[in-house]
Design a protein around this ligand. Structure first.
Ligand code: MN
Length: 440
């Protein structure tokens, strides 16, 4: 699928929803991300599109004839999750985007939808947007891989396979939670010293990982690899992911099969799915490989497509402690990094994931791995930022952090900016750390 900038990307377009033009909004009319929400006091999950500080109820707007989509779309727009809509592929998502744009733009000739079609985002609960069947976590930032490697294997930080093969592991879908869900400090088997046997206690090295999630749209058939050139046909949208991690549990359990209980107790997902179409103006080349790095093997070789394989998403992680929040202190920024510094592109991750015939299903989640850059302050987790606790961070209250303490809240944000275009954003991915359960 090639570059399609259309009227929905027109930087001059505005909406009759006033907050869509408000400075700093993540959701101008050029964004139109998809999500699932619940009205207060209602048990019903509804599909919505964020516009300014409002949410447009798609099924309701369609039912009253305000949102003009072919009738065949109604069932998937009225579903409680986005899987069936995303599963119809990029063309269907473009049709929805065009129809929503036509309805919301300032000079729309369509009748304005009744008031009950729009609801304030602040008044609704944002839920997991998709039913996630399978979750894969990659390791696509060479800066993250190198830093972690330096701590574990100073003599050989980057393993020889890294520049040839996108490294990943299969994660756990059942414990993926919506942004805002508190996350309990996990208990696990930990061995602090090679001279003593392991013991069971709550993690003392609770960390976050700032990642970008790739949400699968159109599925792929078992036994049929997806060629790189078609990989993005199978990606519907991007979102933010916090891959909560317990470093001490991880250090003891990870060899030889990789992460397990150090990761699968919780993963947080941002509620709004920003479609690849909305991200089209923010495409960039992937960061250059270093001279001497091997060229990707044929099935991963981007060719001309490489000039647009990356996405310029600025990611920011903020923290507040319980005390900071009680004293009204704003979140402290821990890091800032751009997603365009990754070693492997989203398309390469899809092509690699399916090269052996492994199938993808609508709503599957592929996470990028921790997004870290080369510069100080651009590392997407505390393990790197504090160098395994040896360089603690001081919060504005004077409190010191090596890893997360109970009551700490992590807030991730992502934004895309480019001269001449309205800034679009991902909203936030938020989670507060709860104390370990009493039995620990
Ligand atoms: Mn991860």
């Amino acid at each position: 699928m090639t570059l399609q900038l259309d009227q929905t990307h027109d930087p001059r377009a505005t909406s009759w929803v006033p907050s869509a033009q408000r400075a700093g909004t993540d959701f101008p009319i050029q964004n139109l991300p998809l999500g699932v929400f619940r009205r207060p006091g209602s048990g019903e999950s509804r599909i919505g599109v964020a516009i300014g500080d409002q949410v447009l109820d798609l099924a309701r707007a369609m039912a009253i004839g305000a949102l003009q989509l072919e009738p065949g779309y109604y069932d998937c727009v009225a579903a409680p999750r986005l899987n069936s809509l995303l599963g119809r592929g990029r063309r269907a998502l473009q049709a929805v985007r065009s129809a929503v744009f036509a309805l919301l733009r300032e000079d729309s000739p369509l009748p304005r939808p009744s008031e009950d079609c729009l609801v304030a985002s602040a008044a609704v609960e944002l839920l997991l947007p998709v039913e996630i069947g399978d979750y894969t976590d990659f390791y696509a930032s060479i800066h993250h891989a190198t830093n972690v490697g330096k701590m574990l294997r100073p003599d050989q930080p980057l393993l020889p396979n890294y520049k040839w093969i996108p490294i990943g592991y299969h994660g756990r879908a059942s414990s993926i939670v919506a942004s805002g869900t508190p996350v309990q400090r996990p208990v696990g088997q930990i061995r602090p010293s090679p001279d003593a046997p392991p013991s069971v206690h709550a993690t003392k090295a609770f960390d976050y990982e700032c990642e970008v999630g790739l949400v699968v749209g159109k599925g792929s058939a078992l036994g049929h690899p997806v060629p790189l050139g078609e990989a993005e046909d199978h990606l519907a949208a991007l979102c933010l992911v916090n891959d909560w991690s317990a470093r001490d549990i991880q250090a003891w359990e990870y060899q030889p099969l990789g992460p397990f209980l150090a990761k699968n107790f919780a993963t947080s997902l941002s509620p709004w799915l920003v479609t690849l179409d909305a991200l089209e103006p923010f495409r960039v080349p992937l960061a250059d490989r270093e001279p001497g790095d091997p060229a990707p093997l044929d099935y991963l070789a981007p060719g001309e497509r490489g000039s647009r394989a990356g996405f310029a998403i600025e990611l920011e992680v903020g923290i507040t402690s319980l005390r900071m929040r009680s004293e009204g202190i704003a979140p402290m920024r821990l890091s800032r990094c751009s997603f365009d510094r990754m070693y492997w592109s989203p398309a390469q991750l899809v092509a690699h994931h399916t090269m052996n015939g492994c199938n993808l299903r609508p709503g599957d989640l592929l996470a990028s791995g921790t997004v870290s850059g080369p510069d100080p302050g651009s590392q997407g987790c505390l393990l790197e930022l504090t160098w395994r606790g040896s360089h603690p961070i001081t919060l504005p209250t004077g409190e010191v952090r090596r890893f997360l303490e109970d009551g700490d809240e992590i807030v991730m944000r992502g934004t895309c900016s480019r001269d001449g275009y309205p800034r679009i954003g991902f909203g936030e991915c938020r989670g507060v750390v709860l104390a370990a359960s009493e039995s620990a």
